[in-house]
Each structure stands twice: as C-alpha cells, then as structure tokens.
Design a protein around this ligand. Structure first.
Ligand SMILES: [Zn+2]
Length: 103
C-alpha cells in the first residue's frame, strides 16, 4: 500500500515548490511518483499548426517523487507522517501518526 493515493491532499517537502499543497491528480504506475495539482509546473513548447493557431508555451504539471511529498492532515492542519494499521477484516488503513485521524 502506498502512503499517497489519488485525490489525497499533499504538501511538498523539498525543491522549488516546497511548502505548496495540492491534490494528487494521479500516481504514476509503480507508485514512486505522483502528479500534484499546481506543483512542479514545466513549460512545454507547442508547435503552431494550421488547425490550432494558438501554439506557444503550455504549462503542465510534471510528476514529483513521492518521497518529496507528505500527506496533509486536516486534523492537524499540517503535513504529517502516515502510519499503517490492519483492521480485523484484514484491510489496511492509513492514519495520521500525530492525531490518529484515519485517512
Ligand atoms: Zn493529524
């Protein structure tokens, strides 16, 4: 089980987007990287074509390594460490190590 899943709210711990928070739009297959809304924008040049006269530069989120992210806990109102727990029925759950809120 990955500590971060799609639709989680996460905070960026390192890099130029340090301190930013956003929603996880997707986790890259393999679970090592994730795409976070508004984080790690890269400029992509778009070629002009006859059908599309706009062209120019398009900004798009690029994936960021999951080890650079922390799950944001609404209970603590800050990024937190995630713990894992196993329920009686064998299902795994994630919880905030600080306030024990289950995600
Ligand atoms: Zn918490």
């Amino acid at each position: 089980m990955s500590k971060i899943k799609k639709n989680d709210t996460v905070s960026v711990l390192v890099g130029r987007d340090k301190g930013k928070a956003g929603k996880v739009l997707a986790v890259v297959p393999g679970g090592k990287k994730a795409i976070v809304e508004g984080v790690n924008f890269v400029k992509k040049h778009k070629r002009k074509s006859r059908e599309d006269e706009k062209g120019g530069i398009v900004k798009k989120e690029s994936s960021i390594h999951i080890s650079n992210l922390a799950l944001f806990c609404k209970g603590c109102n800050r990024p937190t460490k995630v713990g894992f727990d196993r329920l009686a029925d064998g299902k795994k759950t994630r919880f905030c190590k600080r306030c024990k809120e289950v995600f």
